[in-house]
Design a protein around this ligand. Structure first.
Ligand code: NAP
Length: 330
């Protein structure tokens, strides 16, 4: 009899997507790919959407195991690049969209999606970083590729969330001044401990202002979108850049072309899912080297697999601070 293991399986019931903890076996997994003993996964905003009725139609087909990222150890591989015992990380590549994801004690994942665990990180730290932290580093790299300066602060919006917390810590470690925007007063000390030099209440950025306003920021990491992003763009200094990666506050963008044509502001779109091999490897190597481990620990909460469904409801309400790691073995 095949050995079964715990997984969250999303299925369609009465026209609705329902995600439930269940038992499956390796034979139920997709047939193609490397078989991995999953040690940890993460809880990201997109996971909250998938687990709670597949909001935004994150999962394109059902049944599916959700979970947009995972870390673990190779159990079986017919691909010469990986052998049993290799420790690997997967983020993006359509996990929990078109590919079965990480909320399963075993997963079979296409070899092209796997990154060898970067030196200097263990499997738990890799998922403490996870998709959110990887995205934060892609934002920082995009700003730097566009010559971001250090003479004014970099604004991070949704700063107490996963992407925002890692972005704050990396930027501070890199010698940038960081202005952290948050809606939660109780996170101010936390954000200062991560290295924020200035804290803004997010209501300040949620107000529509002039399309080109006082130059406050040399760059922006935006996880919120909507009016917050529009206000941030209006406040960027000449030739500064905005890395836009999220929509926690909405997917609209009520702005004009003026900041782009009068100030030369760069709006940089960040897609972590289909990030190619070279920048992917560079981002992970930088995360391993530059993200201070004590700060990573301070922003991370590790929960057992059984608590995931309950915690996933909180991330949709903006009530999860920093990063949540899901321990698949606990
Ligand atoms: N482009 C990509 O490849 C990529 C990758 C990863 C994530 N993302 C996106 O990035 C965003 C952040 O992801 P995450 O995993 O960091 O999520 P998260 O942990 O839930 O953080 C989002 C933060 O946004 C703020 N926020 C929530 N609702 C808001 C609202 N209505 N108005 C203004 N601010 C609000 C909150 O921060 P405060 O409490 O500090 O205000 C919250 O903690 C999501 O939209 C996610 O889909 C995109």
């Amino acid at each position: 009899m095949p050995t079964s293991f715990k997984a969250i399986l999303a299925t369609e019931e009465d026209g609705k997507a329902v995600a439930r903890m269940t038992e499956i076996s390796a034979g139920d997994l997709p047939s193609e790919g490397v078989l991995i003993d999953v040690a940890y996964s993460g809880l990201n905003y997109k996971d909250g959407l998938a687990l709670n009725g597949n909001l935004g139609k994150v999962m394109r087909s059902l049944p599916m195991v959700p979970g947009i990222d995972l870390s673990g150890t190779v159990r079986e591989s017919s691909d010469p690049r990986f052998v049993p015992g290799d420790e690997v990380v997967v983020t993006g590549w359509g996990l929990s969209e078109t590919e079965w994801g990480g909320y399963s004690q075993q997963a079979r994942v296409k070899a092209d999606f796997l990154v060898k665990l970067p030196a200097g990180l263990d499997l738990r730290q890799a998922m403490a970083i996870g998709t959110a932290g990887f995205t934060a580093m892609l934002c920082v790299m995009a700003l730097e590729d566009h010559g971001v300066r250090k003479d004014k602060p970099i604004l991070v919006t949704g700063a107490a969330g996963g992407v925002g917390s890692v972005a704050t810590a990396i930027l501070a470690a890199g010698g940038y001044q960081v202005a952290a925007s948050t809606g939660r007063a109780e996170t101010h000390d936390y954000l200062k401990a991560l290295g924020a030099t200035e804290i803004l209440d997010r209501s300040e950025l949620a107000q529509a202002g002039r399309p080109v306003d006082k130059e406050r920021w040399s760059g922006v990491v935006d996880t919120v979108g909507s009016q917050t992003l529009a206000t941030a763009i209006a406040q960027v200094a000449r030739h500064g850049s905005v890395a836009a990666c999220g929509l926690a506050g909405g997917n609209d963008l009520p702005t004009t072309v003026l900041p782009f044509i009068l100030r030369g502001v760069n709006l940089l779109g960040i897609d972590s899912v289909y990030c190619q091999e070279e920048p992917r490897g560079r981002a992970w190597a930088r995360l391993a080297a530059e993200l201070p481990k004590d700060k990573l620990d301070s922003m991370t909460d590790v929960i057992p697999f059984d608590e995931l469904m309950a915690r996933s409801k909180l991330i949709l309400k903006g009530q999860v601070r920093g990063r949540t790691v899901v321990d698949l073995g606990a």
